[in-house]
Ligand binder design. Structure first.
Ligand SMILES: [Zn+2]
Length: 463
């Protein structure tokens, strides 16, 4: 067979065209500057998947200066000519990609990095950022009007970063949809303790400094990372159920006898392990600091951080988040009720477990306390909007939703659903539609009307 001249030319042209298409699809392009979360469009970054952060930080409370070196191991999800990390305010002095110096520019909270060679799709790469400065906390309406993030205390710093303040102290892909494991090394003046996530690998003094190395081997959202530094009395051991526990309390607060943080942490970790499924992390615990002006506590992974001595209800709430929020994380911030509604419902379950009040009565109290014309009922729980993402409705109406669900599907199905949820999405991300789907599957019931009324509609639902 012989090709005709015109056919041959046509086929060559087609071949050339398809070559161009292939080249275009694999040509290096810049990574996106955000993952497109409607509440925080520039948080997180597109084009790679963060796998592991190795953070080395040195902090001096006298000067308030942080010096850091962050090495991120990531996998390119497409071929990248450049990519972004999130970093707020701190100064960058050097960036290396795969051990070679890379160019970088700053644009607001974005750090744009251009490696010498394109990063091929599917390949793992490392980026090391050397940086430093005086970290500033964030403020504004989001976190109950409080400052949050990197907060200076009398003897160090209290670090609690939900939702968007992790990038005030380390360069990162600062969105919960991009979870990673961590090694966190803290250098602080001798006598101070650096407390972080996961398990303590080593601690030692050298010169005038104390070095502490922590390792979190389970995937963690950036906002759940901490490097809280100060004077701490530390108590370690195991819960009665056998889970390692590490509780650090500011010595100024040790004699506050309002609650036994260690005992409540141990008991709640064990009880939630029965109700919600196996404890997802290697260690449980608490960090109790003297930072009362922060006014909030955070479910820091493996060790909730309390800005003061908090009550038993707060402790059981933060520990419930280890399943709901930390292990199963939101895919987008509008799903925040999957964290706060569940942790609030856990408070009701705790009271039921203690025999002080049934969850039904807690539901009725929360429902009856708010008249139909209250602004409380005007928040759409499954999409509360950025500045009201921590509105009380997200907590209370979120918890009411779960009690309404429990009363519809019955205790047997409801208490199969909770551990099924934490098992299905363990260490991952999930959204409201995923929960509705699983609730229908586990119960064998159509539940769209219930969730529509409680989560997606404003106004006070009729009982
Ligand atoms: Zn919470």
């Amino acid at each position: 067979m012989a090709l005709s001249r015109s056919a041959r030319l046509g086929s060559l042209a087609t071949a050339a065209a398809s070559f161009l298409v292939i080249a275009a699809s694999s040509a290096p392009t810049p990574g996106a500057d955000g993952i497109g979360d409607p509440y925080f469009p520039q948080l997180g970054n597109g084009g790679f998947d963060a796998r592991h952060y190795a953070l080395d930080i040195a902090y001096n409370p006298d000067t308030d200066r942080l010096d850091g070196r962050a090495m991120l191991t990531a996998r390119a999800t497409r071929t990248l000519s450049s990519f972004d990390l999130d970093l707020q305010k701190l100064e960058v002095t050097q960036v290396d990609v795969n051990g070679r110096r890379a160019r970088f520019t700053r644009d607001g909270d974005e750090l744009r990095i251009t490696p010498r060679d394109a990063l091929r799709k599917g390949r793992t790469f490392t980026v090391t950022v050397t940086y430093g400065g005086i970290p500033e906390p964030l403020g504004g309406p989001i976190v109950f009007g409080s400052n949050y993030g990197w907060m200076k205390t009398g003897d160090g710093v209290f670090v609690a970063c939900e939702p968007n303040a992790a990038s005030t102290w380390f360069p990162s892909s600062d969105h919960p949809s991009d979870k990673a494991t961590y090694d966190i090394r803290i250098k602080a003046p001798k006598g101070l303790t650096g407390v972080s996530n996961g398990r303590l690998v080593s601690t030692y003094d050298r010169g005038g400094s104390t070095y502490t190395h922590w390792r979190e081997t389970r995937p963690m959202a950036t906002y759940l990372a901490t490097a809280t530094i100060g004077k701490f009395d530390v108590k370690t051991g195991r819960t009665p159920g056998g889970i390692p526990i590490y509780v650090a309390i500011d010595p100024k607060l040790v004699n506050s006898n309002s609650v036994d943080v260690y005992a409540v942490t141990a008991a709640a970790t064990d009880y939630w392990s029965q109700v919600f499924g196996p404890y997802p992390f290697e260690e449980t615990g608490a960090i109790v600091d003297d930072m009362p002006e922060a006014g909030f506590s955070l479910e820091v992974q493996s060790k909730p951080a309390y800005s003061a001595v908090r009550n038993e209800t707060t402790i059981v709430h933060e520990l419930a988040h280890q399943w709901f929020g930390d292990s199963v994380s939101v895919e987008r911030w509008k799903d925040i009720w999957l964290n706060e509604g569940f942790a609030t419902y856990a408070q009701w379950l705790w009271a039921e477990h203690q025999g002080t009040r049934s969850a039904h009565d807690s539901f009725r109290a929360a429902y009856d306390a708010r008249p139909a014309d209250s602004a409380f009922w005007q928040i759409k729980v499954a999409d509360p909007q950025r500045d009201t993402m921590f509105a009380s409705a997200v907590y209370q109406r979120g918890a009411m939703t779960l009690q309404a669900l429990r009363e519809r599907i019955g205790d047997a199905a409801f208490f199969r659903l909770l551990p099924a949820w934490t098992r299905l999405h363990r260490y991952g991300n999930a959204n409201t539609a995923d929960f509705v789907r699983l609730a229908e599957k586990v119960s064998g019931r159509k539940l769209g009307d219930l969730f529509q009324e409680w989560l997606f509609t404003t106004g006070k639902p009729a009982l």
